[in-house]
Design a protein around this ligand. Sequence first.
Ligand code: GLN
Length: 392
Amino acid sequence: MKPLSARVGTFTDSVIRRMTRISDEYDAINLSQGFPDFDPPRELMDALAKVAYEGPHQYSVTYGAPNLREALAAKFQRTTGLTADPETQVLVTCGGTEAMMCAMMALCDPGDKVLVFSPFYENYGADAILSGAEPVYIPLVPPDYRFDPALIERGFQDGAKALILCNPSNPCGKVFTREELSVIAKLARRYDAYVVTDEVYEHMVYAPAVHTAMASLPGMAGRTVTCNSLSKTYSITGWRLGYLIGPEAVVEAARKVHDFLTVGAPSPLQEAAVTGLQFDEAYYARFNALYREKRDYFLAGLDRLGLKHNVPQGTYFVMVDISDYLALPQFQGWTDLAFCEWMVREIGVAAVPGSSFFREPVNNLIRLHFAREQATLDEVFRRLAKLASLRN
Ligand code: GLN
């Protein structure tokens, strides 16, 4: 047989989603792929039930149902202060995943360089390869995940066309300050580059951290492609609804890619989701408070067990440092992946090996998420106690 695509051969399937399959196989508690174990808001479930009988059930406009695009533009206006024309600047996609892919395909030709912070959400690696772009990694250095602006400047000087910014950042929970964003924005303007953002965790930001949209900084609306999703904000990851908002020319190109990749996101779900976008500010405040409570509860549990971790300013992810365990005789020479596989089997908790997020050779971190009911988190603590006991 002739060989398959060499390009596809250069990356693996998602380690995050693979961990979910392994977790299911062993009936473990899945803290790997980020999604909640609780229901979406009642209003959304009711809206979905109504749509089942009233429709629509056929294709919507390929680039998004008009009422959903209008609702997205209105929310964008409320959260960023920016006006986006729903007719020309909004594209509804199958999840934030497709939004990112469409943005990258719309901007990049083979050989173009894009700057990517490391650690990074693993999709960006595949997005770059599939769009032909060459990723140039900018380290976010633990423990506080700061970056060196000089490296970004060098990347732009070397011709990088765009920078990918995940803010709040998966997996490290960093929320970029306005000052940090201004530094990036200034360089993007100076070197005439685009910024592609992934802001799916915009409503999981823990005070005193605040979320600032890159597009809202001076001179950035015309060069920022804001990718986002309804998955996290409304607890509907399976609905596969995402979107991008950006300058007309980029959105027009992204719409072409989307048209031939997926034609459109599911129209019944688009119709039902409009209900969520009409929620008032109280919904987002409650949502944020819920996750803050879960974060504090989860971190306190990790502290009681003596597990070392970062304190995320945003997202529902925590990086746990397993160095002390890898130093034990039974784990000598193990990779973080082997450790995570062992954890699923023997501890009954699934995590994602940190190495799947870092460009640098990092082997001592695993990512856990806390989008779980309190009772589930309590069971996680009981199970992790078995891990912690190995050090006693
Ligand atoms: N963003 C989620 C995570 O990192 C997963 C999203 C997805 O699998 N599409 O776990």
